[in-house]
Design a protein around this ligand. Structure first.
Ligand SMILES: Cc1cc2nc3c(=O)[nH]c(=O)nc-3n(C[C@H](O)[C@H](O)[C@H](O)COP(=O)(O)OP(=O)(O)OC[C@H]3O[C@@H](n4cnc5c(N)ncnc54)[C@H](O)[C@@H]3O)c2cc1C
Ligand SMILES: NC(=O)c1ccc[n+]([C@@H]2O[C@H](COP(=O)([O-])OP(=O)(O)OC[C@H]3O[C@@H](n4cnc5c(N)ncnc54)[C@H](OP(=O)(O)O)[C@@H]3O)[C@@H](O)[C@H]2O)c1
Length: 440
């Protein structure tokens, strides 16, 4: 299994539950398991992270599933071809971590980030410890109408005191403490009936302390949008319609929901972003068309939350447009012994639980094929570890992860009121996993 996110761990559990006795290694490039549950699910959604209790089950004592963290497969790590010499089958569960671009001028400016990078920063992902986003301007623009856009808007609108009770690293908390952000503008290209927010997440921004939510919809809600078929869309429309009556109050911060606006370009001042020019759209024949009318939203930070793409895996086919490995129910056509599951299989949509039936399907196909797959030249589990060592890789075991976990829980207690505080830098994670240094 390559990837210890939800899809890899659900697949490991499905293999373990089968009647075929199989040994499973779960490799992850990070010393910590859980993928986006750890590095995507918002820090103020700690309850959601309790799914970890289910995801960790395959690693119970005496199980045939082994965790090999700190093992990158591919460039800069162990080549896939080498790994294939050790396993009958390899399931790729590496997710979709590449931020999609808007493809508009100014996107490369300082202060402009994809949600993958920005969320990874506040979640303490070791690749993004140095992102240091600019929160020194009152305005922020978040582009997108999915739950990730709402997560980003909510985290930026919450007071830092509330964030101190979460697992964000100290450095992130310091940046949030110094934040000058008062107005978060969420820019949605289509109408209120098309948003992908889930009602629970939308309701949450309305319930934030000391935050007003203001709807900018050019009057389309009052005029009446076509009745959506889905229940969740109806709930969204009801909530948004109620909020159209909101006037700016006395709250310290505001979240603005701007509908029917397409970002055209980012505006630069002194080498960094200072605003976003958007075009007003109208709905015609069920689609949106630009009106040519432009307006500028002031922003010192722009986060595009418009979806992700997977990374191509050397040796496997890749669909650049969809950002996935083409597959047939998880089988990679033309590559015997190669399987995919989760976001790299079906694209970057779906909640944690969606990955369970997806993994079950892939594993069922793998087990059907097992008798046809040639035995690898080096099936002995110890041979993998020796091979990794030959590539200069010192894997973090499940015990190592548990030591890192214990250190983060200790840091949480030390902060007071936080269940855990993430160790974000890779050297610190490895040191804690190996008990190599005094806990910080
Ligand atoms: C910002 C954000 C917030 C979300 N919040 C929620 C939420 O609150 N509730 C909810 O239900 N769903 C949420 N989701 C959706 C949920 O996180 C996904 O459905 C799920 O994580 C996808 O699982 P995955 O295993 O396919 O990918 P991932 O979770 O991304 O796991 C992929 C794993 O593969 C590893 N990996 C990648 N490349 C390599 C390599 N070359 N070698 C070794 N290892 C590698 C990565 O380190 C990672 O651990 C959120 C998604 C995002 C983006
Ligand atoms: N709490 C939770 O349960 C939670 C939290 C976070 C994420 N998730 C899940 O994780 C998955 C990923 O979430 P996501 O928010 O990244 O994806 P998403 O739900 O697919 O939303 C992506 C948004 O980006 C917009 N978009 C795409 N390209 C654009 C462009 N060029 N210009 C402007 N807007 C553009 C889309 O608008 P159009 O609709 O117009 O294309 C859409 O609103 C989802 O399934 C989500 O539900 C769940």
């Amino acid at each position: 299994m390559i990837g210890a996110g939800p899809s890899g761990l659900y697949a490991a559990a499905a293999l373990l539950a089968s009647e075929v006795p199989v040994d499973v290694d779960v490799l992850d490039r990070l010393p910590a398991p859980y993928g986006l549950v750890r590095y995507g699910v918002a820090p103020d959604h700690q309850k959601m992270k309790s799914v970890i209790r289910v995801l960790q089950q395959p690693f119970a004592d005496g199980s045939r599933v082994r965790f090999l963290g700190n093992v990158r497969v591919g460039d800069g790590g162990i080549p896939l071809d080498v790994l294939r010499e050790h396993y009958h089958a390899i399931v790729h569960a590496s997710g979709s971590s590449v931020d999609r671009d808007l493809g508009i001028p100014g996107e490369e400016l300082a202060g402009s980030h994809g949600s993958g990078a920005f969320v990874s920063w506040y979640c303490g992902h070791p690749d993004f410890v140095d992102l240091d986003p600019l929160l020194d301007h009152p305005g922020v623009v978040v582009v997108g109408a999915g739950n990730v856009a709402l997560d980003v808007a909510r985290v930026l609108a919450r007071g830092h005191a509330e964030m101190a009770a979460t697992d964000v690293p100290d450095r992130v908390l310091d940046t949030l403490r110094g934040s000058a952000v008062t107005d978060v503008h969420v820019v949605v290209r289509r109408g209120p009936e098309h948003v992908k927010f889930t009602p629970a997440e939308l309701r949450q921004i309305g319930d934030l302390d000391d935050v007003d939510v203001l709807v900018h919809d050019d009057g389309v809600l009052e005029a009446g949008v076509p009745e959506p078929e889905e229940r969740r869309q109806k709930q969204n429309i009801a909530m948004l319609t109620e909020w159209t009556a909101h006037e700016p109050g006395t709250a310290s911060r505001r979240i603005h929901l701007h509908f029917l606006r397409t970002p055209l370009r980012l505006v630069e001042e002194a080498g960094r972003v200072c605003g976003v020019v958007v075009e007003r759209n109208e709905v015609r024949d069920g689609g949106i068309v630009g009106t040519g009318e432009e307006e500028t939203l002031g922003a010192g930070l722009v986060v595009r939350a418009i979806g992700y793409s997977g990374e191509p895996i050397p040796g496997l086919p890749f669909d650049e447009r969809a950002g996935i490995v083409p597959n047939d129910g998880g089988r990679v056509p033309g590559v015997p012994g190669a399987y995919v599951t989760g976001w790299i299989k079906r694209g970057p949509t779906g909640v944690i639980g969606t990955n369970k039936h997806d993994a079950v399907e892939t594993v069922a196909h793998l087990l059907d094929d097992l008798h046809t797959l040639p035995a690898p030249p080096h099936p002995d589990p110890e041979s993998v570890v020796e091979r990794l060592e030959a590539y200069g890789i010192d894997p973090v075991t499940w015990d190592g992860w548990e030591r890192l976990d214990a250190e983060e829980l200790r840091l949480g207690e030390a902060r007071g009121g936080a269940e855990r505080v993430k160790v974000a830098d890779l050297a610190g994670m490895l040191a804690a996993a190996r008990n190599a240094v005094e806990a910080r």
